[in-house]
Design a protein around this ligand. Structure first.
Ligand code: AVI
Length: 324
């Protein structure tokens, strides 16, 4: 019987199918998009506040120190109204710095965060309405590209924000596909501000994914706990260890959970068993780092011109402004 033919109703969820698929492959893997349940969201917030996780601090610094230049580059000095569309805004901490400045400078724009989660979106729009009263905000609950496609012919210029090195969680092929799709749903003159983590001292990168307090380890192990809850499984999280590594040639940080012993894990909810050898890895997440040549190539291959790079003081991170 194949995964899709199962009679078990629990198996009909996308989650169950993806988890079983990943654990049935050799080497085993789990999709990092499933890190973000309620506990995972909280752990990711904690990660963003860690000293070792420089990415958030760098982007916050760029937005704080360069908000005027960013705003100018969005409008090109024109007063025409535009839409500031954000993919995956989260709690909007960094974006709020920019939004406050743009509202105070009387820039004519509507902020449109797009998220598939109604809950995340309503939390964000409520906090924005109370914190920045004069802001025009219109949250869109939809898939990123469907939402952008629906907006494509509304006659307004767009500036899309895709921040936080979220592009880094995609393989190069996936990133190219994503950016091509994004470009297809924009018109000439529309812009994209994309946050990308840069290649740097490998130890600095490794420390960001291997913090001393073990928060990143808990973030990874939480997916095993989620599988225990949602698929009635019996992963012993103590029997797995978090192991990240960084390849300075490809810029790929890969995180693994390693089975510390030979063991069998039962996924009772879907009537499956998974066998682990001692020291067998589960590939959990890719966090890719780029250099400027690779960024230029990505922009051009997906139909954009680079207008400007905004760097933090240490050149660890770039918010790169592209124009279609
Ligand atoms: C969401 N994403 C950009 C984070 C990253 O850096 O890849 C997720 C993360 N994983 C471990 N720490 C943070």
């Amino acid at each position: 019987m194949t995964i899709n033919e199962t009679k078990n109703p629990k198996m009909n969820t996308e989650f169950a199918k993806d988890i079983l698929q990943g654990l049935s492959e050799n080497p085993k893997s789990l999709p990092s998009k499933y890190f973000y349940d309620t506990k995972g969201d909280k752990l990711f917030q904690d990660i963003m506040h860690m000293d070792e996780y420089y990415l958030t601090n760098c982007e916050f610094e760029i937005f704080t120190n360069q908000k005027e230049a960013l705003t100018k580059s969005f409008t090109d000095g024109s007063n025409a109204p535009f839409e500031l569309v954000e993919f995956g805004a989260g709690d909007g901490l960094k974006t709020k710095v920019l939004l406050r400045h743009m509202v105070a400078s009387e820039v004519d724009f509507t902020y449109m965060p797009i998220d598939i989660s109604a809950n995340a979106l309503s939390k964000l729009t409520q906090s924005l309405k109370s914190e920045i009263q004069a802001l025009h905000v219109k949250g869109i609950e939809n898939d990123y590209f469907k939402a952008l496609h629906d907006l494509q012919n509304d006659g307004k210029k767009k500036v899309v924000l895709f921040l936080g090195s979220n592009i880094g969680n995609l393989t190069l092929a996936e990133a190219k596909g994503f950016l091509n799709h994004l470009s297809e749903n924009l018109n000439k003159g529309d812009k994209l501000l994309i946050g990308m983590d840069l290649k740097k001292d490998p130890q600095v990168i490794l420390d960001a994914y291997n913090d001393k307090a073990g928060i990143t380890s808990s973030f990874n192990l939480n997916l095993l706990e989620r599988i225990n809850e949602e698929l009635d499984a019996d992963f012993d999280v103590e029997a797995f260890q978090h192991f990240p590594n960084y390849d300075p040639i490809t810029g790929q940080t890969k995180s693994y959970l390693i089975s510390k012993k030979e063991q069998v894990v039962k996924l009772k909810g879907i009537e499956e068993e998974i066998k682990f050898e001692a020291w067998e890895p589960i590939y959990m997440e890719l966090s890719r780092k780029y250099d400027l040549k690779e960024i230029e190539a990505l922009a051009h291959e997906s139909g954009f011109e680079i207008s400007k790079h905004f760097f933090d003081k240490r050149n660890y991170f770039v918010d790169s402004l592209w124009e279609k």
